[in-house]
Structure formats: structure tokens, C-alpha cells
Design a protein around this ligand. Structure first.
Ligand code: C2E
Ligand code: CA
Ligand code: CA
Ligand code: CA
Length: 279
């Protein structure tokens, strides 16, 4: 399996035995993990398709469990979401990304825009924008260096209150992205009404883009729509050169995927950026 190797991500459930760890234990472990600082962020490059330059990164959370090793978000985000632990975890993610952004600037890296995933529970907090603002001011990070990723299902749930939240976030100076685009049910008319900056085409449309004409047509239509609405468009899950060439032909702005780099720890990512500048 591709995922295995040095950065092998071990699966929580199979390693422990499905019945060995109860939900309750898992919840307790998550809570302790937060208190003990067991979470880390990995960064995956976002690449400008014309210049092939790294222009930003998506922050992706992992759980560095002392016994189990590195645990993938798919193993703990759903429970964190259910239990509400996603709220403190989500705030930690943003604060950590802010600290990292500042550390990289001090190192002399070019200004990178960091993308942060928001969970639906976070997004529905009435005081979300105040909380986000508080994290920016506590860490000293600039909102303009961040892009918050939301999903279609999140924003389409209650469009009136969504609009209020999106405007409040935009007023802080952060950019907004619609993640996994194409997999949910966004009413296209809201794309115009919502103050969003970017669409991220879901990787399920990119996977077979070179051999499935329907997927290629969908990707191409999303790119064209984003361009005509003046939005940035990013393709995720790009693994091959053929995909890169097709997306370039469609005028897609940015790509993200294993072809250009896997998510990696902060130091490896900084080295990667520095060597790409030198090279
Ligand atoms: P996502 O936001 O759609 O993130 C993209 C996922 O695709 C990441 O998985 C990334 O490692 C993976 N990926 C990147 N390039 C490729 C590629 O070329 N091929 C393939 N097959 N996959 C690729 P990851 O890191 O396991 O994250 C999974 C999901 O967990 C994310 O999906 C996101 O929904 C959630 N997540 C991650 N970090 C956070 C976080 O800090 N907060 C919240 N709320 N959710 C998070
Ligand atoms: Ca994302
Ligand atoms: Ca995505
Ligand atoms: Ca996803």
C-alpha cells in the first residue's frame, strides 16, 4: 500500500482490535491527548499550476499517540465532532498554524497562505468570528495569511446564518474556500451570494480525469464556473503528470496532491520550500 513507509500512518481501530478500545476510552484518550499536546499538524503544499511554485499549504491534523503512533484524522475527527472535542481541537489547530506561520516568516520563508479545515460544529458556533479573531490577536498572526476551508454541506445548512458568519469571517481579513466541491448540494445561486474566494474540486473528480470523460467534463465545468465568478480554483488529489497537464489545459489555478508532495511535518515542509526556492 502506498501509504506505508517511513511516514506510515497507523490505523487506530485495527491496531487496537476493534473491541479493545471502547468509544468511551477513545473519548478519554482524545481528551487527554489534547491536554498533553499529542496533536501535530502536517502541511501539504499548494502549487501554482503555471509557475509550479509553492504558494501555500493545507494544515492537516494528526494525533501522535505515545503508544500507537501517528493516527490519521479519519480515525478521530468523527468522534471529536460527535463529542464536541472538535471545538478545542479546532482552536488548537488554528492557533498552532498561526504560530507556525510566524515561525516560518522569522525563518525568512516567503509568505505562505495556510489553509485550515473547519468542522461543521465549529462553523455553527455563534461567536465563531470572535473566537477566530481572538486566536489571531493572541498569536499575532495576520488573518490575510489564512484561508478557512468549509464544505458545501456546512454552508448550505442554514443559508441565512451562514451568510452572517461568512461576512463576519471575511471582515477579519481571512479568505474562504469551499472544500470537496462537487460532492455536496450547493445551490449555484449561493456561490454568487456567499463571499467565498476559492473552490476546491474534490479529489474524486480528479482521480480518473484522464480516462473518464464525465469526470473530466465535471472538473472542466467547475474550473470554468470558478473562473467566470472570479474565484480561485484548486484541484486536490493530483497524483500524476497527466492530471497536471489536463488541469493546466482547463486553466485551473492551483493543485494539491501526492504528485507535488505528501503532507509532511513542519520542518520537512520548510526544507521543501527552501530547496524549491534554491532550485
Ligand atoms: P480534506 O480536507 O479533503 O483533506 C485532503 C485529504 O486528502 C488529506 O487527508 C490529504 O492527505 C489527502 N490527500 C492529499 N493529496 C492526495 C493525493 O494525491 N491522493 C490521495 N488519495 N489523497 C490525498 P488527511 O490528512 O487524512 O485528512 C482527511 C480529512 O480529515 C480531511 O479531508 C479533512 O476533512 C479532515 N481534517 C484534517 N485535518 C483537519 C483539521 O484540522 N480539522 C478538521 N475539522 N478536519 C480535518
Ligand atoms: Ca481540506
Ligand atoms: Ca478536500
Ligand atoms: Ca474530504
Amino acid at each position: 500500500v502506498k501509504e506505508h513507509g517511513r511516514n506510515s500512518v497507523r490505523q487506530f481501530i485495527p491496531e487496537m482490535g476493534v473491541t479493545a478500545i471502547s468509544r468511551l476510552n477513545m473519548e478519554g484518550a482524545l481528551r487527554r491527548g489534547l491536554d498533553r499536546g499529542e496533536f501535530v499538524l502536517h502541511y501539504q503544499a499548494k502549487i501554482d499550476l503555471r509557475s509550479h511554485k509553492i504558494i501555500g499549504a493545507e494544515a492537516l491534523v494528526r494525533w501522535q499517540h505515545p503508544q500507537i503512533g501517528l493516527i490519521h484524522p479519519i480515525e478521530f475527527i468523527p468522534l471529536a465532532e460527535e463529542t464536541g472535542l472538535i471545538l478545542p481541537l479546532g482552536e488548537w489547530v488554528l492557533a498552532e498554524a498561526c504560530r507556525q506561520q510566524i515561525a516560518w516568516q522569522k525563518l525568512g520563508l516567503p509568505a505562505l497562505k495556510l489553509a485550515i479545515n473547519m468542522s461543521s460544529r465549529q462553523f455553527r458556533q455563534e461567536d465563531l468570528s470572535e473566537r477566530v479573531a481572538a486566536i489571531f490577536s493572541a498569536t499575532g498572526a495576520q488573518p490575510a495569511h489564512f484561508i478557512l476551508e468549509l464544505t458545501e454541506s456546512m454552508v448550505m445548512q442554514d443559508v441565512e446564518s451562514t451568510l452572517v458568519t461568512l461576512r463576519a469571517l471575511k471582515n477579519l481579513g481571512v479568505a474562504l474556500s469551499l472544500d470537496d466541491f462537487g460532492t455536496g448540494y450547493s445551490s449555484l445561486s449561493y456561490l454568487r451570494k456567499f463571499p467565498i474566494d476559492e473552490l476546491k474540486i474534490d479529489k474524486s473528480f480528479i482521480n480518473d480525469i484522464h480516462e473518464n470523460p464525465d469526470d473530466a467534463a465535471i472538473a472542466s465545468a467547475i474550473v470554468a464556473m470558478a473562473l467566470s465568478l472570479g474565484l480561485q480554483v484548486v484541484a486536490e488529489g493530483v497524483e500524476t503528470k497527466e492530471q497536471v497537464e489536463l488541469l493546466l489545459g482547463m486553466q485551473c489555478h492551483q493543485v494539491q496532491g501526492y504528485y507535488f508532495g505528501r503532507p509532511m511535518d513542519a520542518n520537512s515542509f520548510a526544507n521543501r520550500v527552501q530547496s524549491s526556492l534554491a532550485g
